[in-house]
Design a binder for this molecule. Structure first.
Ligand SMILES: Cc1ncc(COP(=O)(O)O)c(C=O)c1O
Length: 406
């Protein structure tokens, strides 16, 4: 993965490893002369994903963003409803909520996991809470036992943003079934990819699966019942519609086309088979980094609790400002030394659209402290070898000296 033109460790904009099998999968689809949309590869990828996660339904869409948008659409949010969301995530997690009149509350995070702080969450949820949207940040599963317990007590829906969490495990279960709806991304940077863009929803409720199936297929999000007796009869074989033979008794919203193409689904199927090996390789890189950094007094590590398996979409470490270490100087030096650092993610509650809705500095002090002063995401990729790890560790040694206030 190291760039041949530039020494150092680049940030992997392709998070997976693609090879002959993926090329063959695309060629098989193209040469099959079968349809390139809504065909057997999509069905097989969804079936394999369903089996992998243990969900009753797995439904492909075109991105993680679309998966989240559709999941939020299922909530039928109205004025007076409340939704709680983590601020430490990519903007796509919360952005669909801007379309609804519901009140959005950002829940501060735990300074180790960067996932929602369940004590703070317990203070925020109430009988108006319709949903809590959590992220398994970087691939480290959130404290789902506590979140589920709150969900049972207050009857809210748990939406899991699993964009980072494919390959992770939580007490023997996999992300996607730890809440009520799971939303996955197969973007280029993610742990597996479906040709650069793609997403998946996992869920157990049949009625929600039916709504998502219609929504992603350009049918309305509506209440349907069988038969429209007043329409002239056309033989079924002459058209392909699902809804044509139904009567619509209430439109909630328009649908969209979010169909994952057949070549993308075929690649997803191959990538899913490789997931275990890809995750193991990421975990090996992370373990090497952890071991090398553990003794440094200026650093703290992101540690997974017992029974929780981190998928290391992101490798996150923290500097200790109380030891006089200035994070921004450390990053500046790392970049000078050829170690690309992309900090993930600017706290969502401080984005202009959310400030415009009343959020602001001080709302989530832990998320703000971690982001502005402590966290660093080092490059992590399954193809990294000892040389990449050694390069990063050496650069960090230098950068931590450089970043220490004298
Ligand atoms: C936490 C999180 N949620 C959602 C998304 C959106 O996924 P996609 O890029 O597939 O739309 C991303 C992608 O970066 C993400 O990191």
């Amino acid at each position: 993965m190291t760039s041949p033109t530039r020494p150092g460790v680049p940030y992997p904009t392709l998070g997976s490893i693609l090879g002959d099998e993926e090329v063959r999968a695309v060629a098989d689809v193209l040469l099959s002369r079968e349809r390139l949309s809504q065909g057997s590869w999509r069905r097989r990828f969804e079936e394999a994903f369903r089996a992998y996660t243990g969900a009753a339904h797995a439904l492909t869409v075109t991105s993680g963003t679309v998966a989240l948008r559709l999941a939020i659409q299922l909530l039928d949010l109205r004025a007076g409803d409340e939704v709680v969301v983590t601020p430490q995530t990519y903007q796509a997690t919360a952005q669909p909520l801007l379309d609804y009149p519901a009140t959005v509350r950002f829940c501060d995070i735990d300074p180790n996991s960067l996932n929602v702080d369940v004590n703070r969450l317990a203070e925020l949820v109430n009988q108006r809470t319709k949903a809590v949207i959590i992220v398994h940040y970087g691939g480290l599963p959130a404290d789902m036992a506590a979140i589920r317990e709150l969900s049972q007590r207050h009857d809210f829906v748990i939406i899991e943003d699993c964009a980072h969490a494919l390959g992770a495990e939580y007490l023997g279960e996999r992300p996607g079934v730890l809440g009520d709806i799971g939303c996955f991304s197969f973007h280029s940077t993610k742990n597996i990819t479906t040709l650069g863009e793609g997403g998946m929803l996992t869920l157990n409720r049949d009625d929600w699966a039916e709504r998502i199936t219609r929504l992603r297929n350009n049918e309305c999000d509506a209440v349907y019942r069988p038969a429209a007796p007043d329409l002239p009869k056309v033989p079924r074989a002459m058209f392909d519609g699902l809804a044509h033979s139904s009567e619509c008794v209430g439109v909630r919203a328009a649908g969209t086309n979010a169909t994952l193409s057949e070549p993308a689904a075929a690649v997803g199927l191959v990538q899913l088979r490789k997931l275990a090996a890809l995750t193991e390789a990421r975990r090996r890189v992370a373990a090497q980094l952890d071991e090398a950094l553990a003794a440094h007094p200026g650093v703290r590590l992101q540690l997974a609790p017992d029974g929780v398996r981190h998928s290391y979409h992101l490798y996150t470490m923290f500097v200790r400002p109380e030891q006089g270490i200035v994070r921004d100087r450390v990053v500046e030096r790392l970049v000078q030394l050829g170690v690309d650092v992309w900090l993930r993610y600017f706290p969502v509650h401080l984005l202009p659209e959310w400030r415009n809705r009343g959020s602001g500095l001080g709302d989530c002090p832990v998320a703000e402290r971690c982001w502005f002063e402590e966290q660093i995401n080092l490059p992590c990729h399954p193809a990294f070898g000892d040389v990449d790890v050694k390069t990063m560790v050496a650069a960090l040694g230098d950068a931590l000296d450089y970043g220490t206030r004298s």
